[in-house]
Ligand binder design. Structure first.
Ligand code: ZN
Length: 136
């Protein structure tokens, strides 16, 4: 398996509107996209830092994964996403090493990426996402 870089860090927030000013005004980053991902019941806001992005996640449904996460743990880092070259192959190799997958097959994430999550029980507590950009 080949990981090329940290594609993004996912951060759960209660409100994009209330969170974006911190990233823009204090950290001096620019939000370049806001996108709803109905599949994951979230609205996302993206910032770029070098090759890496920050993905703020606001829940659109209290029963969705981010809604439940915030209820349990509050706002904070939700997941780390690694860019991989061959997503299907990376999933196969990971599963073969006994890691529990949340997604057995890739699905569509924000920004047209193909994504899959690994279960935090198998990754030392970090919800881990693999992303493959098929357009590049
Ligand atoms: Zn993500």
């Amino acid at each position: 398996m080949e990981l090329s870089h940290i594609e993004h860090i996912g951060i759960a927030v209660k409100s994009l509107e209330e969170s974006i000013p911190y990233y823009e005004e204090v950290l001096g980053l620019a939000c370049y996209a806001i996108e709803e991902v109905p599949d994951q019941k979230v609205k996302t806001a993206f910032f770029r830092i070098g090759q890496t992005k920050l993905e703020l996640l606001e829940s659109t449904d209290p029963e969705g994964p981010i809604g439940k996460f915030i209820e349990k743990k509050g706002e904070g880092v939700h997941h780390i996403a690694f860019a991989v070259r061959q997503l299907e192959q990376a999933l196969e190799e990971t599963a073969a090493r006994g890691v529990q997958l949340i997604d057995q097959v890739p699905r569509k994430g924000a920004e047209g990426l193909h994504i899959a999550f690994l279960h935090p029980k198998s990754t030392r507590g970090i919800l881990t996402e693999f992303c493959e950009d098929k357009q590049h």
